[in-house]
Write a new protein. Structure first.
Length: 162
């Protein structure tokens, strides 16, 4: 059933034995294409692909799937949000690196390399901070393939080039 909300059609929450729609997610129980079992999919509304596909338990008749209930939906929702969170953390780890080194004067420095996700203009920003005061020592644009090493950071500090 559709209802209007702020000039946008929104489908009401659904909770039937094989399809639940709630809290911005759709859970479906589908026939597993690889064998004779069943699978549960969790798709965030608006996403093209499911965030989670998981095996689903057979019912008592060993032919049909166990009905989806509130507990099953909550478990699938938790699993799907954890998968998305791990993907976000992995992306952040690929796009941000940090390391420490010593300056020519013997002060401890922290260097942060942030890679820009820009296909048209690939680059990264290298920022070097005094670790005691937290003040920015130098920042500049570098290649996204910049290797974060003590020698490279010291060269960047001296010349401004990567």
């Amino acid at each position: 059933m559709l209802r209007r909300m702020d000039e946008v059609e929104v489908e009401d929450e659904t909770s039937d034995p094989r399809r639940w729609k709630k809290a911005g997610w759709v859970a479906k129980i589908v026939k597993n294409e690889n064998d004779e079992g069943w699978a549960a999919t969790m798709t965030r509304i608006g996403d093209a692909e499911p965030a989670l596909v998981s095996p689903w338990t057979m019912g008592r008749d060993k032919v049909n799937p166990k009905p989806l209930d509130h507990t099953g939906f909550a478990t699938l929702l938790k699993g799907a949000t954890e998968v998305l969170r791990r993907h976000e953390l992995a992306l952040h780890a690929r796009m941000h690196r940090s390391g420490t080194c010593l300056s020519a004067d013997g002060f401890r420095l922290r260097a942060d390399l942030d890679i820009a996700a820009d296909e048209d203009d690939p680059h990264a920003i290298l920022s070097v901070f005094d670790e005691l005061s937290g003040k920015l020592v130098r920042s500049g644009r570098v290649s996204p393939s910049f290797k974060l090493s003590e020698a490279a950071v010291q060269k960047f500090l001296k010349t401004g080039d990567a």
